[in-house]
Ligand binder design. Structure first.
Ligand code: HAM
Length: 416
């Protein structure tokens, strides 16, 4: 019997896992410099947490959640995204009582039962951040500046920042009505999903990728024209901050996002090289969600970046330097392997990556392995070296070689 991973779900192993670590470490460094601190929420939650936040009419809740009953018959869902669990945690643990604002980042696997394709998986990893308690549009711009710095630090280029505002409770009803009027004569031509969206959440029609719907939405009302005074001011000053920060952006009035909790600012960072699934990060404001979840009135904004899409862009952008061992120590018999082990242990305590060869293998095959794993130096210890209390060293890149007394290993290492 041969087992394989489930459809749309992938293993991550070396050398790719080095790239993953590099991206995660870079994210943590940049996010920390913006004052975001780590929050680890569980991977499973009550199903209700996602229905109430992401919205009953969303594709995620309607079709994509991994939901099951636990042994006590509770409805449980594998998290399809990270915002709802963070909001649940923020309220449950009264984190709003701590000095405001509170800023968190998180990373880990998310689960959506989507049709797998390039860049779209059923288990995928996000690295995201959420800021609570800041209503000023300056945080909206700070979030985009954080994303810009993060992607620049990774060396990713040709990214587009798309922004929109989808208004608030006071202006969205007017926009909704305008959409209902506009699509009322076009219902027949819309896809079955959009006909349903028309009833529950007509904004979502603007997001549909079905060719007939794309055609039918030409000339549809534009949300920005329906924004109330406060939402317009917020959106305008968000843009002023972006200009101040030299962040190029496009306004995409059709970007309404697939989750119900958004208010005002929404944004996506896209890259054409990714093909159909071109969003590498996305997010927005959700000023009502904390209150709707039973917490105090708290403005909030956040984003999540898709790890697989970042990794795929990085791999396409050229060769990636994979870390390699500093020293490979080959040994030829039991006695020399004891010496090799103690040298390796000393050097590992100094934080160096040391690989051991094992004397059961010939010297030739040990050296072949050192070469294959791109060790920087090889040390060789055999009977003669034990007697003379010196080892042979070789630098694999330029083939230089020599000898060092066992007592001089530390000096040798600190000099290279
Ligand atoms: P989202 O747009 O659903 O937003 O996902 C954010 C990012 O996760 C996407 O831009 C994409 O890079 C990645 N992603 C989503 N689905 C998949 C998939 N099936 N396979 C691979 N990558 C995927 C959210 O999840 C919101 N929670 C973002 C947010 C945080 N809004 C406010 N705070």
């Amino acid at each position: 019997m041969k087992y394989s991973a489930l459809k749309g779900i992938h293993d991550i192993f070396p050398p790719d896992s080095f790239i993953w670590q590099h991206v995660e470490n870079t994210a943590k460094e940049i996010f920390s410099s913006y004052g975001f601190q780590e929050l680890r929420a569980p991977i499973i939650e009550s199903t209700e947490v996602f229905i109430r936040s992401i919205g009953e009419s969303s594709d995620i809740v309607e079709k994509e959640m991994y939901t099951f009953n636990d042994k006590a018959g509770r409805r449980i869902t594998l998290r399809p995204e990270g915002t709802a669990p963070v909001v649940r945690c923020y309220i449950e643990n009264h984190l709003y009582n701590l000095p405001s604002p509170q800023k968190f980042f998180y990373s880990g696997p998310m689960f959506r039962y989507e049709r797998p394709q390039a860049g779209r998986f059923r288990q995928f990893y996000q690295i995201g951040a959420e800021a609570f308690g800041i209503s000023e549009p300056v945080i909206d711009a700070e979030i985009l500046s954080l994303l810009k710095l993060f992607f620049e630090r990774l060396g990713l280029k040709e990214l587009n920042f798309q922004i929109n505002s989808i208004g608030c409770d006071s202006c969205r009803p007017d926009f909704r009505k305008a959409l209902l009027d506009f699509f009322s004569t076009k219902l027949e031509g819309l896809c079955p999903d959009c006909r349903r969206r028309y009833e529950i959440n007509p904004l979502r029609i603007l997001d549909c990728k079905v060719p007939d719907c794309i055609k039918l939405k030409e000339g549809a009302p534009v949300v920005i024209k329906y924004l109330c005074k406060e939402c317009t001011e917020h959106f305008n000053s968000f843009q002023e901050y972006l200009k101040l920060l030299n962040i190029p952006f496009n306004i995409n009035p059709n970007m309404v996002r697939g989750l119900d909790y958004y208010t005002r600012t929404t944004f996506e960072v896209t890259c054409e090289h990714l093909g159909a699934q071109n969003a590498v990060a996305a997010g927005g404001r959700y000023d009502k969600l904390v209150e709707e979840f039973g917490g105090p009135k708290t403005p909030a904004i956040g984003f999540a970046a898709g790890m697989e899409r970042i990794i795929s862009l990085l791999k396409d952008s050229g060769p990636i330097k994979i870390p390699a061992p500093k020293v490979f120590i080959a040994s030829l018999d039991i006695e020399s392997s004891k010496k090799a082990l103690s040298i390796a242990t000393d050097l590992r305590e100094k934080g160096l990556w040391i690989e051991l060869g094992y004397y059961g293998n010939s010297l030739k095959s040990q050296l072949r392995r050192a070469d294959r794993i791109s060790a920087e130096y090889v040390f060789i210890i055999g009977e003669d070296e034990i007697k003379s209390r010196k080892l042979k060293w070789k630098k694999l890149s330029d083939k230089t070689q020599g000898e060092i007394p066992f007592t001089e290993i530390d000096n040798f290492i600190s000099g290279i």
